[in-house]
Design a protein around this ligand. Structure first.
Ligand code: SF4
Ligand code: SF4
Length: 291
């Protein structure tokens, strides 16, 4: 009996060791891509138009803390601020413009109009909505796409793909349906597969926090510029409590913030596989790939 337990334990340790070696190898490879990092422009700009989510997924900090979003639960971004952020971005920006951040975007009823404004000012941008799909209807899908969204990505977290089935049942015209993308299609049992499960920089209650900061690179501050509902530019999309403020989009041009010395310092540490910094020291994100 003890022999069997030991054998199982050894197998598990070998598997874990192999996975860690693979993760470290891929992490180093990812870091090498950013050696000549050009800090002129982020690839992804995320704007939180509403600080709220109507779900309470177990792997996510949403609705688990009272002090999320700089204590702004349920608040809307001022429309003037949204427009100012869009105008800060050069017209030829061809990266991703995402009108959501750590929230369910469809809770904001202004969304079609906000997308329309972004599209008019950013004709080359890839505008995408990521949603849990619960509030999608035939009408709003058409509105989002007509307003200029390139893609609606639907994370169907239901075990029986009920959201996907409902949306496919809407029988949209091809022009609309080809812009829908369903995530976790092959993994409806999201929680059980463990795909993409990490501790969101220590913000998911009961998820383990590394005893010492991981010696890993992270690509987030090299690619994404996340802006909260109140204009706070936060470190990354795991900063659910707005702990690390990189700048204030209300007062400064967002691209000036992206190039500030605080960002430079954090990037330098991450390039040296050093996460011994506020927030990053609690984080077990592997440093690359999907969020
Ligand atoms: S994972 Fe998405 S849908 Fe689920 S609680 Fe978090 S933000 Fe909401
Ligand atoms: S290590 Fe974690 S907390 Fe730090 S920038 Fe990356 S995702 Fe964010």
């Amino acid at each position: 009996m003890i022999g069997e337990i030991y054998q199982d334990y050894s197998k598990w340790m070998v598997k874990k060791f192999k996975l860690m070696r693979l993760r470290n190898h891929l992490n180093k490879r990812e870091a090498s891509k950013y050696k000549n990092f050009n800090r002129e422009m982020p690839k992804i700009i995320q704007t939180q138009t509403i600080a709220s989510c109507n779900f309470n997924c177990s792997w996510c900090p949403a609705n688990k803390h009272k002090d999320l979003y700089n204590n702004g639960m349920g608040k809307l971004m001022d429309e003037k601020l949204f427009k100012k952020i869009v105008r800060d971005i050069p017209k030829d920006f061809s990266g991703d413009f995402l009108p959501f951040l750590m929230n369910e975007p469809l809770l904001d009823k202004r969304l079609p109009e906000l997308i329309r404004f972004a599209r008019k000012n950013l004709p080359e941008a890839h505008i995408r909505i990521n949603t849990n799909g619960s509030l999608l209807t035939r009408q709003n899908i058409i509105e989002f796409i007509d307003a200029g969204a390139n893609r609606i990505a639907i994370s169907d977290y239901t075990q029986k793909k009920t959201i996907k089935k409902r949306i496919l049942g809407l029988e949209l015209a091809e022009d609309y349906s080809k812009k829908l993308k369903f995530w976790w299609d092959k993994n409806p049992q999201y929680e059980k597969t463990g795909i993409n499960i990490h501790n969101r920089a220590g913000n998911v209650p009961s998820f383990p926090i590394p005893e010492t900061p991981l010696r890993l690179f992270c690509n987030k501050p090299f690619i994404e510029l996340p802006i909260g509902w109140d204009g706070s530019v936060v470190l990354c999309c795991q900063d659910w409590k707005f702990k690390i403020i990189m700048g204030d989009a209300k007062k400064e041009n967002i691209l000036k913030i992206w190039k500030n010395s605080k960002y430079d310092e954090i990037r330098k540490n991450l390039m040296n596989f050093n996460r011994d910094m506020p927030l990053c020291r609690y984080c077990d994100f592997c440093g690359f790939g999907i969020k």
